[in-house]
Design a protein around this ligand. Structure first.
Ligand SMILES: [Zn+2]
Length: 350
C-alpha cells in the first residue's frame, strides 16, 4: 500500500480500503493479470516514440489557490449516516464552509443514495430528496447529482424523478457501493439500462469503478464496463479517483482504449479525488508516473475533486485536496489548467 487512504473517503470506501489492505498481494496479482491480459496489446509500444514525454519536476514551488469547481463532494442524511454507524448528517452548510476555506467556487454534490445498505427503493429516494434540499440552500454554488443503485427496481423511475422533480443535473454511480459486479451478466444488464435512461435524459455521470469488494476491475469487468460506456456515446462520464485509485496502471488501459478508438475521447473525463492523496508520500518516481498518466489521458479532461464527506473523521477537505496537487511534479500551467477548469465539457457538453 503506497499510503493511507482513509482521508475523505465515503464510509463504504473506508470499508473497502480495509479490505484492500488485507488483499495487497491479490491487488498486485489483479494488476498483473489486467496488464497482461485485458487488451492484450503492448503498452510498451504505446510508450515507444512518445515525443511528449514528461519533463522533469519543476524546481519552483507550485502555486495552488483554490478551484473553479470541485466535481466530487457529498452530503448525507442523518438516517443513512446512522446506518453506517457514524455521526451525521453531512450538510450543505458545512460543505460550503469548507469550500470557502479552500476558495472553491462551486461543487458537484453527489447523493450517496446508490448505497446497497439503504433498505429499499423509498430509502434511495429519501436520500436523493435530502441531497436536493441541501443543494437548494446554495443554488449558485452547488450542483445536484442523484445517486442511483442500478440493482433497485425503481432505478429508472428514480432517474426520471430526479430530473423532473428534483432538478438533478447528473447521476452518481458507485459500483462498489451498489455491490454491482461487472462479471455478472444480470448486473451488466442493469447498468446498461441505467446508461440507456441517462443517455435519453442527456445526463452526465460520475462513476466510481471497482469490483464488489473494492479491488480494481479484472479484465472481464473492465471489458464489460468499457463496452457499456462505448455503447452509449452520448453519456459523458467522469471516472472518479483517477479511474482505479490504487492501481493507476488501469488508467493506461483507458487511455490506450481511447487511442485505439474503442472509447470516445470526448466522452471520458477524470477526477483526481483521493487518488492523489493515496500516492502523496510515494517516491517521486511514482508521482512522476501519476502525472505522466494524467498527461497521456489529457489534462484538459482532468477535474479537481476532493471527495469531501464530513461524517468521515479523517475526511479530505477541499483545502487538503487543493494542497496535495502541489506535491506532484506538474508544471504551474498544468496546475492552473486543472484548477481553472469549470468542467462544463462534462456537465453540459459545451
Ligand atoms: Zn465519493
Amino acid at each position: 500500500m503506497k499510503a493511507p487512504i482513509g482521508h475523505g473517503r465515503t464510509a463504504d470506501d473506508d470499508a473497502i480500503s480495509r479490505r484492500n489492505r488485507r488483499s495487497r498481494s491479490y491487488l498486485t496479482y489483479v494488476a498483473s493479470v489486467v496488464l497482461l491480459a485485458a487488451l492484450s496489446l503492448s503498452l510498451t509500444t504505446a510508450c515507444d516514440g512518445d515525443d511528449d514525454a514528461s519533463p522533469s519536476p519543476t524546481p519552483t514551488p507550485l502555486i495552488v489557490d483554490g478551484s473553479t469547481i470541485d466535481v466530487h463532494t457529498h452530503v448525507m442524511s442523518a438516517e443513512l449516516t446512522a446506518l453506517l454507524g457514524a455521526q451525521g448528517p453531512a450538510t450543505a452548510d458545512d460543505l460550503v464552509e469548507r469550500m470557502d476555506e479552500a476558495s472553491v467556487d462551486r461543487a458537484v454534490v453527489l447523493s450517496t443514495a446508490y448505497m446497497s445498505v439503504l433498505p429499499d427503493d423509498a430509502a434511495m429516494s429519501a436520500e436523493n430528496d435530502f441531497m436536493a434540499a441541501q443543494v437548494a440552500r446554495y443554488p449558485d454554488r452547488l450542483i445536484p447529482f442523484c445517486g442511483i443503485n442500478p440493482l433497485r427496481a425503481a432505478a429508472l423511475d428514480e432517474i426520471d424523478r430526479c430530473v423532473d422533480d428534483l432538478g438533478a443535473q447528473g447521476i452518481k454511480l458507485h459500483l462498489v457501493g451498489s455491490q454491482l459486479d461487472m462479471t455478472n451478466p444480470a448486473h451488466v444488464d442493469a447498468l446498461t439500462r441505467v446508461f440507456e435512461r441517462v443517455e435519453a435524459r442527456e445526463l452526465p455521470v460520475l462513476l466510481h469503478a471497482a469490483n464488489p469488494i473494492g479491488l480494481p476491475l479484472d479484465s472481464d469487468g473492465l471489458t464489460s464496463l468499457g463496452t457499456v460506456i462505448a455503447q452509449h456515446p452520448g453519456v459523458r462520464v467522469v471516472l472518479a479517483h483517477c479511474f482505479s485509485l490504487l492501481d493507476n496502471q488501469q488508467l493506461e488501459l483507458i487511455t490506450e482504449g481511447i487511442r485505439q478508438g474503442l472509447l470516445q475521447e470526448d466522452q471520458l473525463f477524470l477526477d483526481v479525488s483521493a487518488c492523489l492523496q493515496a500516492f502523496q508520500d510515494a517516491p517521486l518516481s511514482e508521482r512522476e508516473l501519476m502525472v505522466w498518466r494524467l498527461r497521456k489521458f489529457g489534462l484538459e479532461r482532468v477535474f479537481f475533486g476532493s471527495d469531501y464527506l464530513k461524517i468521515d473523521p479523517t475526511a479530505i477537505t477541499p483545502a487538503d485536496a487543493v494542497r496535495v496537487l502541489a506535491l506532484y511534479p506538474f508544471t504551474q500551467e498544468e496546475i492552473d489548467l486543472i484548477l481553472r477548469n469549470d468542467a462544463s465539457a462534462w456537465l453540459d457538453g459545451s
